[in-house]
Design a protein around this ligand. Structure first.
Ligand SMILES: Nc1ncnc2c1ncn2[C@@H]1O[C@H](COP(=O)(O)OP(=O)(O)OP(=O)(O)O)[C@@H](O)[C@H]1O
Ligand SMILES: [Mg+2]
Length: 574
């Protein structure tokens, strides 16, 4: 007993932290003895499908917040419709209807007049993630992952427990309808209630019910999204029927179907060793040298000779499937040492200066427009892209500020699809932020009626996330956007300074005109001339003559224009 009491007495003399440390050490020692073996931990080991992953991380697909989720759904189905119509060379006619149901759920209905989906593909297209006709192609399209549609179908089933409904027809008298959901565990489509019937419908209609979504008319909501879509796709006709029954048609502004982009081969500068091995091991070519000329853009026989010089240890007559990693690595390294022609613009389909002007005039009715269309460039060494930037001033340009004024509005697009969210991390805003507006006499740009319209097109848009709402700030992309904004800002500066000069001239002219009548009355008296009407006429013609001279002086000659353009280009390049 006495022995047992001793430590207790000692404990009383210990300070509090010492006692705490001791207790922790005891707990640790106890835990040490109960260590969990890895076998026990790995009993919990499981495999997960991509669909399960996106169910858990639905915010990555843009399903975060009720309004945003609703816009994401409209975005995914409408971009699919536009892609499908463009691919089939059809002028898109898209009908979107959103109903609010009594139980607070919403029903979304998206109908297009595209090519439809062949029956054997409908399950995988709408009910399986990472499946589609776009991911593997080197061609500009709005969709690129094979997730969007199945993501929407999944959102319907996880928020209401109901499948989505699809109707498809190819216009040849046969139509089918079915229900589709995603078997999330296996990322496989589940099709039920398939019915075939005769009909002339051509296109795809998807109907689905959702909860955890909300319809409103904010700048992030479907209405604004479709309005912006119409702006970037003047060849499409888009109708929206809102939950209150209001119907709006964004009419087609052009009957020109954008030319179908031509798929391109990868440019040597964008290829990694892993790509090279993959392409080579699946190639049907008999020799490594012909594999290089046939599989990559801009690789001629002469270029193969240059590559051979740089890779002396590789036999270029052997079968491509025998290519080893080290050899592929050496070829990729050689690619970087050779001078290449830039990639072709064939796989890209920009909106074009004329169409952008038409669209901006149509929607914003501005007093001034300028559009800059840059030539194709590459990022990450080999991915072709191109930027287009338009500026509109006056009319309905700009967006309303909280204090009731109007300020700079930036409309962002990627492959003609509007980007409404995540502006902060987007390459477009990164470029806008770096512009010194003072240099263009636009220091109050935040309080001016200006809309900047920025479109990036590429065979692969480097989105920051699977929700496809912001473009990663790749250095080359930001730089191109910057140049384009500087060009249009300079044009606006010229317009505004010309306008100020014209206004000042008019004010001065008006001031002088005020004295003409008086002078014309007084002069006959002073000069002895009798006809004051003649004097007034002469005075007016003198003033007109003088001011037309001043006016001419304020306008630039063709040579001066050219010189100014040259200086501007030099300044931009600098
Ligand atoms: N309205 C439609 N008409 C014809 N085919 C369609 C339509 N909607 C989808 N598809 C087909 O279904 C596939 C899957 O669509 P989904 O939206 O999931 O992926 P995606 O558009 O290829 O890429 P992303 O995930 O970037 O949207 C498409 O690649 C296309 O082949
Ligand atoms: Mg899609």
């Amino acid at each position: 007993m006495t022995e047992e009491k001793k430590p207790e007495a000692k404990a009383k003399t210990e300070t509090k932290p010492e006692a705490k440390a001791k207790t922790e050490a005891k707990v640790e020692a106890k835990a040490e003895t109960k260590r969990v073996e890895s076998g026990e931990i790995f009993e919990e080991f499981r495999e997960h499908s991509v669909a399960e992953f996106f169910k858990k991380n639905r915010q990555m697909l843009g399903f975060a917040g009720k309004v945003r989720s609703m816009t994401t759904l409209v975005h995914e189905f409408v971009t699919n419709s536009l892609d499908a119509c463009e691919e089939a060379k059809i002028l898109p006619n898209i009908y979107v209807k959103i109903d609010e149901m009594e139980n607070g759920h919403y029903k979304l209905y998206v109908e297009d007049n595209g090519p439809g989906i062949p029956k054997q593909y409908v399950g995988k297209a709408l009910g399986q993630m990472l499946a589609g006709t776009k991911f593997h192609r080197f061609i500009q399209q709005r969709g690129q992952q094979g997730i969007g549609a199945a993501g929407g179908v999944m959102f319907a089933q996880i928020t209401t427990g109901k499948p989505a409904h699809a109707r498809s027809g190819t216009g040849d008298g046969k139509v089918y309808e079915c229900d589709i959901s995603v078997d999330l565990k296996n990322n496989q489509p589940k099709i039920s209630n398939m019915v075939d019937f005769p009909g002339n419908y051509r296109g795809l209609t998807v109907t689905a019910e959702f909860s955890e979504v909300k319809y409103d008319k904010s700048e992030y909501a479907p209405f604004e999204y479709l309005k912006a879509t119409a702006l970037a796709n003047p060849h499409s006709q888009i109708t929206i029927v809102e939950p209150n029954g209001e119907r709006t048609v964004f009419a087609r502004a052009s009957n020109e179907i954008p030319k179908r982009p031509t798929p391109a081969q990868p440019h040597p500068l964008g290829v990694t060793t892993d790509d090279m091995i993959n392409y080579a091991h699946h190639s049907k070519e008999r020799k490594l040298s012909s594999f290089l000329t046939q599989n990559f853009a801009r690789v001629s026989d002469a270029k193969v000779d240059e590559i051979k010089q740089l890779c002396p240890g590789t036999n270029f007559d052997k079968m491509p499937r025998e290519l080893k990693w080290e050899e592929a690595e050496a070829i990729v390294k050689a690619f970087k040492q050779i001078k290449w022609i830039a990639p072709s613009a064939d796989p890209l389909r920009p909106i074009g200066k004329n169409q952008i002007e038409k669209a901006l005039k149509n929607v914003l009715v501005p007093e001034f427009i300028s559009v800059s269309e840059r030539s194709p460039k590459v990022y990450r060494g080999g991915v072709p892209f191109l930027v287009e930037v338009g500026i509109a001033y006056g009319g309905k340009s700009g967006h309303s500020t909280k204090d009731g004024g109007v300020g700079l509005d930036v409309k962002r697009f990627a492959n003609r699809a509007p980007l409404l969210f995540d502006a902060g991390g987007c390459a477009t805003m990164e470029a806008v932020k770096t512009i010194d507006w003072n240099r263009y006499g636009l220091k109050n740009v935040d309080q001016m009626p200006i809309t900047l319209y920025m479109n990036v097109v590429s065979v692969f848009i480097p989105y920051t996330g699977a929700g496809k709402q912001a473009i990663t700030a790749e250095e080359e992309v930001v730089e191109e956007l910057r140049y384009a904004v500087m060009e249009v800002a300079r044009d606006l500066e010229r317009y505004l300074s010309g306008k100020i000069r014209d206004e000042q001239r008019e004010t001065r002219k008006k001031a002088i005109m005020r004295y003409v009548k008086q002078l014309a009355g007084d002069l006959p008296y002073l000069s002895g001339e009798s006809n004051d009407k003649d004097i007034e006429k002469k005075l007016l013609s003198m003033i007109e003559h003088k001011y037309s001279k001043i006016f001419e002086k304020t306008r630039l000659t063709a040579d001066e224009e050219k010189q100014q353009q040259k200086e501007r280009d030099e300044e931009i390049e600098e």
